[in-house]
Design a protein around this ligand. Structure first.
Ligand SMILES: Nc1ncnc2c1ncn2[C@@H]1O[C@H](COP(=O)(O)OP(=O)(O)OP(=O)(O)O)[C@@H](O)[C@H]1O
Ligand SMILES: [Mg+2]
Length: 249
C-alpha cells in the first residue's frame, strides 16, 4: 500500500500541500479530485519521489521515502509507473523507444526484446503499427495511450495517472477510463489518478478523495461523494466555479 502522512510542500510563499493524509490500499483505484492549481500534480510528483516534501512522509509498502538512498529509491521507482499530465514523450525518440525507455536505461535486455515488450504493451492499450512513428505524428489520445504503455512497460505494481482524460473528446476519454479499469483488473495494479474530470472519477474510482486548500477534506466511495452535503465537494461535482473560469480544461 501507499501511505501519505502529514505531507507539506511549498514553493516559496506558495503553500501547496498543507498536511495531506491518505492511505491507498493494494489493488484499489483511488482518484484525487480538486480544482485546477490545487496541487494534484505536486502530490503525484511527491509520491514518486520527483519532488521532496518539506514535511511529512510517503511510505510505499512500508518503506519510507524519507532519507532513502538513491539506489533504494530507484528500486521503489521501478514498482511505480507514472502517466504524466502532458504525456511527456520524447519527440526525437520513436514510439517504441519512448515505451521502452525504462528498460533501455535500467535493464540489460537486447533491443529486439525491448521492442517486443513495447509492441506487447502498445497492443494492451489498443495501439498497433505505431511503434516506428514519432510522437509528433500521433493524436492527443494516442499520445496518452503511449504514455500509459510506457508506464506499464516495467510491470509496475502501482500506476499513477495525472489527468488521464483531460483534453480528450468524450469517446476517447471513456476509452481511456475503460483501459485504466482493465489494466487494474488484468494486472492487479494499485491505481492512483488525479483529475478534475468528475465523470472519469465516478467511472474508475473505488474511492474518491478531494484535495482542497492543501488538505484532503473528503474521502469516500463515488456514491458517498454524490450524497455528501460537504459544500466544497458539492460545488466541485456540480461544476460551480468560484470565478469566471472553472475546471481549468
Ligand atoms: N516546480 C514548481 N515550482 C514552483 N511552483 C510550482 C511548481 N510546481 C507546481 N507549482 C505550483 O503549485 C501549485 C499547484 O500546482 P499543480 O500543478 O500541482 O496543480 P494541479 O492541481 O495539478 O492543477 P491542474 O489541474 O491545472 O493540473 C500551483 O500554484 C503551481 O504554480
Ligand atoms: Mg496537474
Amino acid at each position: 500500500m501507499i501511505r501519505i502522512k502529514g505531507l507539506w510542500k511549498s514553493f516559496g510563499d506558495n503553500k501547496v500541500l498543507k498536511g495531506v493524509n491518505l492511505d491507498i490500499e493494494t489493488g484499489e483505484t483511488i482518484v484525487v479530485i480538486g480544482q485546477s492549481g490545487c496541487g494534484k500534480s505536486v502530490l503525484m510528483k511527491t509520491i514518486v519521489g520527483l519532488l521532496i516534501p518539506d514535511d511529512g512522509e510517503i511510505e510505499i509498502e512500508n518503506v519510507s521515502l524519507k532519507n532513502i538512498s538513491r539506489k533504494k529509491l530507484l528500486e521503489i521507482r521501478k514498482k511505480i509507473g507514472m502517466v504524466f499530465q502532458s504525456s511527456a514523450l520524447f519527440d526525437s525518440f520513436s514510439v517504441w523507444e519512448n515505451v521502452g525507455l525504462g528498460l533501455i536505461e535500467h535493464s540489460k535486455m537486447s533491443q529486439d526484446e525491448i521492442m517486443r515488450i513495447a509492441r506487447e504493451k502498445l497492443k494492451l492499450v489498443g495501439l498497433s503499427d505505431v511503434e516506428d512513428m514519432y510522437p509528433a505524428e500521433l493524436s492527443g489520445g494516442m499520445k496518452k495511450r503511449v504514455g500509459i504503455a510506457r508506464a506499464i512497460a516495467m510491470n509496475p505494481q502501482f500506476v499513477l495517472y495525472d489527468e488521464p482524460t483531460t483534453g480528450l473528446d468524450p469517446i476517447i476519454a471513456d476509452r481511456i477510463n475503460n483501459l485504466i479499469i482493465e489494466l487494474q483488473k488484468e494486472l492487479n495494479i494499485t491505481t492512483v489518478a488525479v483529475t478534475h474530470d468528475i465523470i472519469s472519477a465516478y467511472k474508475i474510482a473505488d474511492r474518491i478523495a478531494m484535495l482542497y486548500d492543501g488538505e484532503i477534506i473528503f474521502d469516500g466511495t463515488p456514491k458517498e461523494v454524490q450524497n455528501t452535503d460537504n459544500p466544497y465537494v458539492q460545488q466541485f461535482i456540480k461544476g460551480e466555479g468560484e470565478g469566471p473560469v472553472s475546471g481549468g480544461i
